[in-house]
Design a protein around this ligand. Structure first.
Ligand code: FES
Ligand code: FES
Length: 850
């Protein structure tokens, strides 16, 4: 027995266990998070005898006589200070890293009341944040130190929350203090635990599955195979993903499920799965699109290895290239990368005994999950109620089924509540990645430097299952022209099944890959004609009324040129500055259903915002609150943002394609306008029980529409980023100017850009997801995620010509575009230092590759 103190309370552990498990499972205090269980991420940071430590690496046997402080153990004054400071600085996004950050901050400030920014960076070195770019977390810690040092009162937080106001996020307190619920924080009485046995080989025939020994284990609650699944396929768009591989089936990647086991105690799951006997015939995996497209290549899916072919052909690209004064042709290679959201996947399914169940989930769309799970179980959609808890980051990686369908299947079969939680390594090996792409592109201009044409071929490694491979390829193709005006544009794209981990949605959605290729080509082309790359972009940049390479006419609010102007000084400030431009659609577009929905319900004098738009950290709850307050002329203390729930919140589509600020925002504005009209003659009390509904549907033209100027998307965002390196090819500063239309919340918008820039720098300089022969070689600690000390100063310039009259007051998406230009800007900066052309990511021969 081990005795120690936790938050001033005497505790005892009867057995030797990890401190993290003791805190979360025995004491049921869950502010200390489990992001990796391997000492890398810092979400489990606590203070032990005055020193910060990682609870996942400590055991109760080593704590005898010691004192532990967790986020719950902060004094009331400290809690108030950190909630205010993190809210004021805009330091909270998904929140999964936040309690750990606060503990690291406390540990610093307890010993140093006047820290510098450098001290802060050092103090949070062990804490990874995937959302914020660290800037605002550092600001928050410096502000907290000032309030504590000068013994200042904690200011009152404003309830004025109009559009454009600096307003603290609605979820600040629960995320800073760790009281908000993520799925893994929940315990349901009678809950059992499930986990899948994964394939031993990326490609092998499953000859025999023997579950008898596993079933006989005393802690085994159930073992399921493919034969137990009513419909053994899921898939976001194309239903090609096996819930489990049946006997006689062939595995397609290392993350395929073979059996699903449930136990009464989570600790015995691996032991039970170890008793399952599977006989395989190992087959040679297909690990590149080239192999997959070769003659006589084995078919990964019966319909063939080509998932999608995308083609855009406007003008006369070949002729224009032939006639152009200058052309650059290059081949580019971009790698698979992992989203590395801080919260590993977790779901809990609770059956009610009548063919219905509730799913607690953390995803990018509760309605997508409802639809896919209902189809798998062959029940009506209404039988599956999906409720979102807090989402600890997504970045596109939480659009597909990962744990949800397994939890639902096991709960449906056993009649028990079931939790499925991925370890960090399972998360790495199973969920979709950013697609690796190979790109050949020619870009041409005339003797004056005017772009004349671009022609490209993109080959995308789809991995084992379709996921969003088709749409991601399509966006890579539609955006490879970049934010420029020219008419001759030809692109062919191919998305090819392999036995690698599947590719899927990832912040940028194919545009990060194509932007790297085109922007690097443009820098080379400018060099070829002896023109400054900034000027080259200024001449060719899209202006209102001009047509984009895809034919769409740029709207009046288009502000790419203003973005270029905003970074000009920074670009000219250093000989080692690199520049890149970018554009990104807001909304799904291309003629597909694309809607935002919101219902406002007046309950107990408060306006509840009900929408299924998932807040995966970007802050749609705060955006919707500000739009409601602006429109209906009410204060934020009269509002409440509810989490997505298929029973209560209308379907606002997936949080994807940088769409919710515009789509859900406009739906909220429409609903709030109706509320406002009622408020002219009635009070909120008098409106008790009333509901106000808003819906916005974006109307666009399909791909390859015969119209000369199709409307592919309802809005585009634009940006220009400058990366400045030193002579060692280390990034010393980034300046990012982004056309975001009307800013709804300035700090939140900046925070999105800072986080996107850092993710873009990682993509350009350090991140890689390594697979060899279909096997995953990367660990969480080797993904190349940038830490605070590696994060350079990031200067943000918010550009927008909107006048509050447009959709959602003229706001446009910022989630994805912020992450796409940094990689080519890094390549350009490194070129300025050593003159080497880099066409592969992560970039070789920089400070970071040493
Ligand atoms: S959970 Fe302990 S460091 Fe990640
Ligand atoms: S806010 Fe830091 S990981 Fe999301």
């Amino acid at each position: 027995m081990y005795q120690f103190e936790v938050n001033g309370r005497q505790c005892q552990a009867d057995s030797d266990m990890r401190l993290l498990d003791y805190l979360r499972q025995v004491l049921c205090i869950t502010g200390t998070k489990d992001g990796c269980s391997s000492g890398v991420c810092g979400t489990c940071t606590v203070i032990v005898n005055g020193k910060k430590a990682k609870a996942c690496m400590l055991r109760t046997s080593g704590l005898d006589g010691k004192s532990v402080i967790t986020i719950e153990g902060l004094t009331d004054r400290e809690k108030a200070v950190y909630v205010y400071a993190f809210g004021e600085a805009g330091a909270v996004q998904c929140g999964f890293c936040t309690p750990g950050m606060v503990i690291s901050a406390k540990s610093l400030i307890d010993s140093n009341l006047s820290p510098t920014r450098g001290d802060v960076k050092k103090a949070i070195h062990g804490n990874i944040c995937r959302c914020t770019g660290y800037v605002k977390i550092e600001d928050a810690i410096l502000l907290a130190a000032k309030i504590i040092r000068e013994n200042l009162p904690v200011p009152q937080t404003s309830v004025t929350a109009g559009v454009g106001e600096h307003f603290h996020r609605v979820d600040t307190a629960e995320k800073v203090l760790g009281t908000g619920e993520y799925v893994d924080d929940i315990v349901v009485p009678g809950m059992i635990y499930a986990k899948a046995l994964r394939a031993a080989y990326p490609r092998a025939r499953v000859d025999k599955i023997d579950i008898e020994k596993a079933k006989a284990h005393p802690d085994c609650a159930a073992i399921l195979t493919a034969a137990d699944v009513p419909f053994n396929k899921t898939g976001h768009i194309k239903k090609d993903w096996d819930v489990m591989i049946p006997e006689g089936g062939i595995t397609r990647y290392i993350g395929d499920s073979i059996v699903l086991a449930a136990t009464y105690h989570a600790e015995t799951l691996d032991e039970v799965l170890g008793l399952v006997e599977v006989k395989y015939t190992e087959l040679m995996p297909v690990t590149s699109p080239e192999q997959a497209l070769a003659q006589n290549a084995p078919l990964i899916h019966s319909g063939g290895n080509l998932l999608a072919h995308e083609s855009i052909d406007r003008g006369q690209a070949d002729e224009a290239i032939a006639k152009s004064a200058y052309s650059v042709t290059c081949h580019y290679s971009t790698p698979m990368t992992d989203h590395a959201f801080m919260e590993p996947e977790c779901a809990i399914a609770i059956p009610d005994g009548t063919n219905k169940l509730i799913l607690y989930t953390a995803s990018q769309s509760v309605y997508d999950e409802q639809r896919e799970i209902a189809a798998m179980l062959k029940v009506p959609n209404e039988n599956i109620r999906c409720q979102s808890k807090l989402v600890g980051g997504g970045f596109g990686g939480k659009e597909d089924m990962s744990v949800q369908h397994h939890a639902a299947l096991m709960a449906f079969t056993t009649g028990r509540p079931v939790k499925v939680k991925f370890s960090r390594q399972e998360s790495l090996e199973i969920h979709v990645k950013r697609h690796a792409m190979e790109i050949d592109i020619t870009t041409s201009c005339d003797a004056d430097g005017r772009l004349t044409a671009a022609k490209a071929v993109i080959v995308s490694d789809c991995g084992a299952y379709a996921s969003l491979g088709g749409p991601v390829l399509q966006r890579a193709c539609t955006h490879i022209g970049g934010p420029y005006h020219f008419d001759n544009f030809k692109v062919d794209g191919y998305c090819v099944y392999t036995n690698n981990v599947p590719g899927g949605a990832f912040r940028g959605f194919g545009v990060a890959q194509s932007c790297f290729a085109q922007e690097t080509n443009i820098n080379l082309l400018a060099g070829k004609i002896g023109m400054d790359p900034w000027k080259f972009r200024y001449i060719n940049g899209i202006r209102p009324g001009e047509s984009l390479p895809n034919g769409q006419i740029a709207s009046e609010e288009t502000a790419f040129i203003e973005c270029l102007e905003a970074v000009k000084t920074a670009y000219e400030s250093s000989p080692y500055a690199g520049i890149a431009g970018c554009m990104k659609n807001s909304g799904i577009g291309v003629g597909l259903p694309d809607y935002g929905r919101c219902r406002l319900a007046v309950i107990d004098g408060t306006v509840h915002i009900r929408t299924s738009a998932a807040d995966i950290g970007q802050g749609i709850g705060t955006v919707a609150t500000q739009i409601l307050c602006e429109t209906a002329c009410i204060t934020s203390d009269k509002t409440f943002f509810e989490r997505p729930d298929t029973l209560l919140t209308p379907n606002s589509g997936t949080t994807t394609a940088s769409r919710q600020t515009l789509f859900c925002g406009e739906a909220t504005r429409i609903a709030a306008q109706k509320l406002k009209e009622e408020l002219l003659t009635k009070t909120l009390t008098e409106l008790e029980g009333e509901e106000f509904y808003g819906e916005y549907s974006g109307i666009t033209d399909p791909m390859n529409s015969p119209k000369p100027h199709p409307v592919s998307h309802v809005a585009y965002s634009y940006g220009a980023q400058v990366v400045i390196m030193d002579a060692d090819k280390r990034v010393v500063k980034v300046v990012a100017a982004h056309d975001v239309g009307q800013v709804i919340n300035p700090k939140a918008c900046e925070g999105q850009i800072e986080g996107g820039v850092l993710m873009g720098l990682g993509y350009g300089l350090t991140e890689n997801f390594i697979m060899e022969n279909g096997l995953v070689k990367s660990k969480y600690g080797t993904l190349g995620l940038l830490r605070a000390a590696q994060a350079p100063p990031i200067e943000i310039k918010l550009i927008g010509k909107a006048d509050k009259k447009g959709l959602a007051y003229g706001a446009k998406g910022i989630g994805e575009i912020s992450s796409v230009a940094a990689a080519p800007a890094c390549a350009a900066a490194a070129f300025q230092v050593d003159g080497a052309v880099r066409t592969k990511l992560p970039l070789e021969n920089t400070y970071y590759s040493k």
